[in-house]
Design a binder for this molecule. Structure first.
Ligand code: HEC
Length: 144
């Protein structure tokens, strides 16, 4: 009997570990998507690529989608593992973490409404990019 209980416990613990790895992979994929979506507008800001309104709007939609999904992907059992760079502050100040994503979503929505041409892109897009650094500063571990 005892052996069955222990075996059940081991399976339950194993399942939790798998789920935590899963959620870490999910949130890292979302952030990699955000990073990838930033490449083109970044090149446009530097004048290395012609301005493309449709691409910029797609990127801002990716940001808003990510901001909605990210805060829910940090359960207490996912603080380490899966090569995560999540900082402890995410769990110490979860309200602040959520608020930072709300700001990222709001700034992205405001930019999406304001950007109509290259001039309004150059005036509004950098403001959204400030959110990347300010959130990473507090909530992401520096690696390497
Ligand atoms: C409100 C917080 C927040 C904002 C805003 C934010 N990030 Fe992140 N980002 C994170 C966190 C937290 C991680 C660590 C992910 C993990 O391992 O759990 C991360 C990780 C990343 C990674 C590494 C993904 C990996 O694991 O390989 C990239 C790339 C990235 N962010 C790009 C960006 C870019 C570009 C922006 C802005 C356009 C941005 N992020 C905005 C919180 C944020």
């Amino acid at each position: 009997m005892k052996r069955f209980v222990l075996a059940g416990l081991a399976i339950a613990l194993g399942a939790t570990a798998v789920l935590a790895q899963d959620v870490i992979a999910q949130r890292r994929d979302i952030m990699k998507g955000v990073g990838g979506a930033t490449r083109d507008p970044g090149a446009m800001l530097k004048g290395e690529q012609p301005f493309d309104l449709a691409k910029v709007q797609r990127t801002l939609a990716v940001y808003q989608d990510a901001a909605k999904k990210m805060p829910g992907l940090y359960p207490a059992d996912s603080k380490t593992g899966g090569d995560t760079s999540a900082a402890p502050k995410i769990w110490e100040d979860s309200a602040g973490f959520k608020a930072a994503f709300d700001k990222f979503a709001a700034d992205s929505a405001a930019a999406a409404a304001a950007i109509k041409d290259e001039a309004s892109f150059k005036a509004n897009f950098p403001n959204v990019l400030k959110d990347c650094g300010s959130c990473h500063e507090s909530y992401r571990l520096k690696k390497g």
